[in-house]
Design a protein around this ligand. Structure first.
Ligand code: NAI
Ligand code: MG
Length: 504
């Protein structure tokens, strides 16, 4: 009964969740698409059909936006005391932790990632994100200001600023960290008193549906969070283009990010974007290779390379190049591929057949251009979307495999002689600027490189270290704005100036 096609069991709670019905959350009700259309959901490890979710169209999105608008204008959310709102947001985090094992299994069968990793990383970080932002609810201070208004000489003033919620926020998220991306988007929006229409990725809708149930349990009022399942070109586009959505926040490909900007033009929505990357990761001669080699391997192989921050261009200083290559090859070969429910699995399948094809395509294209797959380079097995951890050498700066975001377990390794301006120029030679890594014991070099890298995050002697207190986002075509930290608040709050004339 609880056994999946992979041969591994899930908890009874997961089985009963999958029995459904799996629906969208609109105005506090769980509903089907008005058209009755659905999208099948598959386990990427086996191709097993897990169920079907509604395929929302424009009418469903419109209904969700209207429910959100009503909740914003006349529901209890905006007038609620900040402390109470903060407690509800905090409670969401608690409920995620209380249900972590179930959520991790749902995430695993839907996305492919190892359940143990989801339970150790995705779910607790999502909880941290809600609990970090919960604290902002009571700390949204305005300022008092002393204006002069020089054409009204002698007038005295009492003036201050308020920070008010933007309103109805459309949020569109990808499939690589389904629950975590939902948390990144929802937590700051809710803590600041906004209402949301969240469009989840068509490949991975399940954990957000379960989280929607938990949000109701946490006391989120009807209409404050609406969860839409559906395709990007239909449901996603309808959210981005809706004239009554005040703001749109998107995480996904740079290509779609540009479509979102266009769609948002109609009513000049406030737009924030977290887009692709092709992040440089630099290992210097003096680095502690005991840490740098596994660190560089995990920088690309974590989440099967399906990370916007993936350290996919590795720069290794010449003296240690052979040693690092050898270490990385051993590491890559030792990674155990398998279904995410298997506790021994270190790397699961890619999310979809489409993604597998995309990754294969880049590697083939690289080989044709003269690059060499030192290890990996091909699909593993003929069932499920498994791709071997891959090191590409003999790459040059012009190749697509080196320049474009692959979103798979494929790293291009190149060498450099000196940690100088030329290295920085090569590392920064990308349309992206999301993240970067540096491995060194030399403080001076660490700080110089950290300052010179054009990226929203620089990790030194670590990689993919995330915390809700740290702003996250990209330079260049990696996006607009930042998530997390206090930096995210500006996207969800409208400053209002109030000036009161007190007489002369
Ligand atoms: P995508 O950018 O198409 O999908 C992300 C989200 O956007 C999904 O919810 C999708 O339904 C939605 N979407 C798609 N088209 C839309 C449209 N016209 N209007 C509104 N929403 C739309 O990414 P996809 O196709 O799943 O993956 C393709 C590549 O994109 C990946 O190989 C990777 O390179 C990149 N990507 C980057 C991510 C990141 O975190 N930076 C996340 C996912 C994908
Ligand atoms: Mg797409």
């Amino acid at each position: 009964m609880n056994k999946m096609m992979s041969g591994f069991e899930v908890q009874p709670a997961v089985t009963s969740f999958l029995k459904g019905p799996l629906r969208m959350l609109i105005g506090g009700e769980w509903v089907d698409a008005q058209s009755g259309e659905t999208i099948d959901v598959f386990d990427p490890a086996t191709g097993e059909r897990l169920g079907a979710v509604p395929s929302a169209g424009e009418a469903d999105v419109d209904k969700a936006v209207r429910a959100a608008r009503t909740a914003f204008e006349s529901g209890p959310w905006r007038s609620m005391q900040p402390a109470e709102r903060g407690r509800i947001v905090w409670r969401i985090g608690e409920l995620l932790l209380e249900n972590a094992a179930e959520l991790a299994e749902i995430e695993s069968i839907d996305n492919g990632k190892p359940a143990a990793i989801a339970q150790a990383a995705d779910i607790p970080i999502a909880a941290d994100v809600f609990q970090y932002h919960a604290g902002w609810a009571t700390k949204l201070y305005g300022r008092s200001v002393e204006p002069s208004v020089s054409y009204m000489p002698g007038m005295r003033w009492h003036a201050y600023t308020r920070r008010e919620p933007v309103g109805v926020c459309g949020q569109i998220i990808p499939w690589n960290f389904p629950l975590l991306m939902a948390a990144f988007k929802l937590a700051p929006a809710l803590a600041t008193g906004n209402v949301v229409v969240l469009k989840v990725a068509e490949d991975t809708p399940l954990s957000a549906i379960r989280m929607g149930q938990l949000m109701q349990e946490a006391g989120v009022p009807d209409g404050v969070v609406n969860i839409i399942t559906g395709y990007g070109e239909t449901a996603g586009a309808a959210v981005a283009g809706h004239p009554d959505v005040d703001k749109v926040a998107f995480t996904g490909s740079t290509e779609v990010g540009k479509l979102i900007v266009n769609a948002a033009k109609g009513n000049l929505k406030n737009v924030s974007l977290e887009l692709g990357g092709k992040s440089p990761n630099i290992i210097l001669n003096d680095a502690d290779l005991e840490k740098a080699i596994p660190g560089a391997a995990e920088a690309i192989f974590f989440n099967h390379g399906q990370c916007c921050t993936a350290g996919s261009r590795l720069f290794v200083q010449s003296d240690i190049y052979d040693k690092v290559m050898e270490g990385l090859t051993d590491y890559a070969k030792s990674i155990k591929l398998g279904p995410g429910l298997d506790p021994d699995t270190a790397m699961g399948p890619l999310v979809s057949a489409k993604q597998l094809e995309r990754v294969q395509g880049y590697v083939e294209n690289g080989k044709k251009a003269g690059a060499q797959a030192i290890t990996g380079g091909q699909r593993v097995g003929d069932k499920g979307h498994f791709f071997a951890p891959t090191l590409m050498a003999d790459v040059d700066d012009k190749m697509e495999v080196y320049r474009e975001e692959i979103f798979g377990p494929v790293v291009c390794v190149t060498r450099f002689d000196e940690a100088d301006a030329q290295l920085l120029a090569r590392a920064n030679d990308s349309i992206y600027g999301l993240a970067a890594g540096v491995w060194t014991r030399d403080l001076e070099k660490a700080h110089r490189l950290a300052a010179g890298l054009r990226a929203g995050t620089v990790w030194v002697n670590t990689y993919n270290a995330f915390d809700p207190s740290l702003p996250f986002g990209g330079f260049k075509q990696s996006g607009w704005g930042r998530e997390n930290g206090d930096e995210v608040l500006e996207h969800y709050l409208e400053p209002k100036a109030v000036a009161i004339a007190l007489g002369e």
